[in-house]
Write a protein that binds this ligand. Structure first.
Ligand SMILES: [Fe+2]
Ligand SMILES: [Fe+2]
Length: 309
């Protein structure tokens, strides 16, 4: 698996959806679990610009190759969220994308700002922060594409399968960048390896945690991976990450699945009730009205955009 930043810059583009049979979206049904996952995935894809704001304040971004990658990566991720939203809308689930994104962000509250500050401070305290960030990037991209492949298998919906297969190609390139960059940083650098492993064992969380609650993260994990094939996929994922220098035998995604199973054993309603009650709607924020945060005014839920004279 190789990666060339020059080639990536040349080839990076908006997701090509030419030929996707959008008209057939309603011809095949999606289960409650499929819809739960699609909302989760769309929200997290749409959260990328805010995630980027955490990265741009770190020492890692002194590296111009990394910032070139992030510039293209951010644009590509935007179209993943847009297209997942389009599919849900065509399936008949009505929401205003901008309104939903603003609500997700407003619900993050002050925690988001605190997290930016701690990431920034942490990165300047340790030179090897980059190794941690790059490893986390590799794990997140690989678990994202593994999740999309699992949803293709679970949903058995040809249009969704076509769309997700195209998105997976982008995620593979993202994974290749992070993985190769992490490997380069860690190779022959025992101090970085020890720090990376220590941090991953303690601070790593599955993609989406923080934006989504633990129960929502568990619902996604149990729906997609709580079968033989799913568990195998997660063990293979951990094994691949374990091939990075210093990370041999690490358990991340499989551990997240086992912890989700343990919580579900304690409370049989856990996680599945979110899928069952179709609780993917985003609540109106308690303390931060969306209109106040975005500066937009007008009727809720759909904003009235006024054109400038
Ligand atoms: Fe993506
Ligand atoms: Fe990605």
């Amino acid at each position: 698996m190789s990666f060339s930043i020059e080639r990536y810059k040349e080839e990076s583009k908006k997701l090509d959806t030419t030929g996707v049979a959008w008209a057939d979206v309603t011809a095949h049904s999606l289960s409650k679990g499929d819809l739960f996952c699609l909302h989760y995935m769309m929200d997290i894809e749409n959260h990328v610009p805010l995630y980027l704001s955490h990265l741009l304040v770190t020492r890692a971004c002194m590296d111009p190759i990394l910032t070139a990658f992030l510039a293209c990566w951010n644009y590509e991720e935007l179209w993943h969220g847009e297209n997942l939203g389009k599919l849900l809308n065509l399936y008949g689930i009505q929401f205003d994308t901008q309104d939903r994104i603003a609500r997700v962000r407003a619900n993050l509250g002050v925690q988001n700002s605190i997290s930016i500050l701690t990431t920034m401070a942490g990165s300047w305290l340790s030179k090897d922060f980059s190794a941690v960030y790059l490893s986390i990037g590799a794990i997140n991209e690989l678990s994202t594409l593994t999740g999309y492949a699992a949803l293709i298998r679970k949903s058995n919906h040809p249009v969704l399968a076509d769309l997700l297969s195209r998105i997976i190609k982008d995620e593979r390139r993202h994974f290749a960048f992070y993985y190769n960059s992490a490997k380069e940083w860690l190779a022959g650098n025992e101090k970085a390896q020890r720090f990376d492993r220590w941090m991953l064992d303690r601070v790593w969380v599955p993609v989406g945690k923080g934006v989504k609650r633990q129960e929502e993260v568990d619902a996604l994990a149990l729906y997609l991976f709580d079968d033989e094939q799913g568990e195998e996929d997660l063990l293979a994922l951990d094994e691949k990450i374990g091939r990075l220098p210093g990370l041999s035998g690490i358990k991340l995604m499989s551990r997240a699945l086992y912890e989700a199973r343990a919580r579900a054993r304690q409370n049989p309603d856990w996680a599945w009730r979110l899928i069952e009650t179709e609780s993917w709607a985003i609540a109106r924020p308690k303390h931060s009205p969306v209109a106040e945060l975005t500066g937009r005014r007008g009727g809720d839920p759909s904003y009235q955009l006024v054109e400038a004279d």
